[in-house]
Design a protein around this ligand. Structure first.
Ligand code: F6P
Length: 546
């Protein structure tokens, strides 16, 4: 497949010209005043997700040029190659077929393999859930997932996100960090006879996971735990490694599932244990709906494509360095962490397929916190700082609290009001970012806490907001397994789109290897104190830490 590099296309030149002529000083307030249809023009509907891009820093011509860029770069052919299982992960000669994990039986590639494994895993899930929280001596009350990166972040994000759907008698714990404080804090809360440890590792070789798994097994035996085979289960592509560890029940997956795309595979076992078979299937079904949208919808109304193009526009033309993800739903509090791996491990690359350094920027930095908490921390900078940081608001129209049916009418009313407060906060932040406040407007206001010695003019400048700060808003009707599945798949495909436009391999992660190798060689030196041949900084630090 040979397509021009993005910066060598006609569309790239057109975008540069457009930026100089119209895009540099695009003022959202003026655009809204000039175009009463702006919201409709910049709204894209995808399964379970309504996206309002009207407050993004772009206009109709920008979108037209970006779509030209997608066509010139062979976006449709690249997408089709991904979905057809071609080895798009070219440095490892592998496909990236996470979409196969959520296709219904009989549809798509590897269907029998995927569904046989899924059925086996769900039968296991049924068995555990049937007696979970029961009073028999070894009924499972706690599930401890031991894994890191893609073997942790998906389950750790999804389980709290779907809390109202979680088995009421099961508690979930996540141990990822090699720092023993993580494991120790969990072990304090559980008993061996009532705990299921899920050892999650694609390779079954990751240092952190192996260290935590060994320590957990030691604790289990020390505490009089009887049956390792019942209390330890593995999710991995390395079945031999798991059985060497002494694990009987192993749920596999395949090398064509990347770690950060693996929550749909057996790595999702904690999710399935939490939600049960039907809701886990709903999660897959929601993702499949987004896959179908991505595969079949024309580029202009294809939400992952439109968002991936926006990422390229912001990064390569507007020069924005990061984006803030602000989910206005407490359940989505781990979504920014999940997206950090998805986006930055995928697109934090600097060479093209031929290994040549790229002359343009790739991945932005993704960060964020749930609203409204972020408002009381870093939103100050978003409103008045010197950087322009696009914000992604995720709003959920209706709340779905656990135990709502047991609440008194008075409590229900109070909680319904809290949801309105939450939503108005999200709306207000997007509005404030865009409209800002002029010094003249600020000067009209009486401020009781202001320093009386300060001139009104100086104070007004401190209290003014430049406005015209970009955002986009994704709206979900409710946070359900289906809508969450669609949301995560949306971000996956969007990440693929920007990576494909940049001409990088979004599916490898060589950048994590160097530090891993250096750690292996430093570990014995920390014990022995041998600093010979090390650089001065590392040697001095070893001496200080010993
Ligand atoms: O950090 C590198 C990485 O390989 C991630 O891509 C992966 O998700 C994580 O480590 C965990 O790997 P494994 O599932 O093999 O333990």
């Amino acid at each position: 497949m040979k397509y021009p590099r993005c910066d060598q296309t006609v569309a790239w030149g057109a975008l540069q010209g457009h930026l100089q002529a119209h895009g540099l000083d695009l003022d959202l307030r003026e655009r809204f005043a000039q175009d009463p249809q702006r919201v409709q023009r910049f709204t894209v509907q995808a399964p379970h997700i309504h996206a309002d891009l009207s407050r993004a820093h772009l206009d109709v011509a920008t979108v037209r040029h970006l779509l030209d860029l997608a066509r010139e770069c062979g976006m449709e052919a690249r997408r089709d190659a991904l979905l057809a299982g071609e080895p798009v992960n070219m440095t490892e000669g592998r496909a990236a077929l996470h979409t196969a994990l959520r296709a219904p039986r009989g549809v798509g590639l590897h269907s029998d393999l995927v569904h046989d494994t899924l059925d086996r895993m769900l039968a296991y899930v049924d068995g555990i859930r049937a007696t979970a929280g029961g009073s028999a001596p070894d009924d499972i009350h706690h599930v401890v997932n031991i894994g890191i990166g893609g073997s942790d972040l998906g389950p750790q994000m999804v389980v709290p996100a779907l809390d109202p759907f979680v088995h009421p008698k099961l508690s979930f714990h996540f141990v990822s960090n090699v720092d023993g404080h993580n494991l120790a804090a969990v072990l304090r809360r559980v008993r061996p006879e009532h705990t299921l440890f899920v050892i999650a590792s694609k390779t079954f070789a990751t240092q952190e996971t192996m260290a935590n798994a060994q320590a957990a097994r030691q604790w289990f035996l020390d505490q009089g735990g009887q049956d390792i085979a019942r209390h330890f289960v593995a999710t991995t592509t390395n079945v031999d490694g798991a059985s060497a560890f002494g694990i009987r029940d192993t749920f596999g997956f395949w090398d064509w599932v990347g770690g950060r795309f693996s929550m749909w595979s057996s790595i999702g076992l904690p999710i399935a244990l939490a939600l049960g078979r039907e809701h886990f299937k709903d999660l897959l079904a929601g993702a499949y709906e987004m896959d179908t949208h991505f595969a079949q919808t024309p580029l202009a109304v294809n939400l992952p494509v439109r968002l991936g193009l926006l990422d390229v526009w912001y990064r390569n033309f507007k020069g924005y360095t990061s984006r803030c993800v602000a989910p206005y739903h407490h359940g989505l509090r781990r979504l920014p962490a999940y997206l950090q791996q998805l986006v930055m491990e995928s697109n934090g690359k600097r060479v093209d397929e031929g290994g040549q350094p790229l002359p343009y920027l790739t991945s932005d930095v993704v960060w964020g916190e749930p609203g409204t908490n972020g408002q009381h921390a870093f939103f100050q900078m978003l409103h008045q700082g010197t950087d322009i940081i696009p914000v992604e608001f995720i709003l959920v129209r209706q709340s779905t609290h656990r135990d709502e049916d047991q609440w008194s009418p008075a409590l229900r009313e109070l909680m319904a009001r809290q949801h309105q407060v939450l939503l108005s906060n999200g709306l207000a932040q997007a509005q404030a970012l865009m409209w800002g406040k002029t010094p003249a407007e600020a000067a009209q206001e009486v401020v009781p806490t202001a320093n009386p010695a300060l001139s009104a003019d100086v104070l007004a400048h401190h209290r003014s907001f430049p406005g015209n700060r970009p955002s986009l808003t994704l709206v979900l009707d409710q946070l359900t397994p289906q809508s969450l599945g669609a949301l995560v798949a949306l971000y996956e495909h969007r990440t693929f789109v920007s990576g494909a436009l940049w001409g990088i391999n979004s599916f490898d992660q060589w950048g994590v290897e160097l530090g891993k190798a250096m750690c292996q060689s430093l570990l014995p030196r920390l014990a022995s104190g041998d600093v010979s041949g090390l650089d001065g900084a590392t040697a001095a630090m070893i001496e200080r830490l010993r």
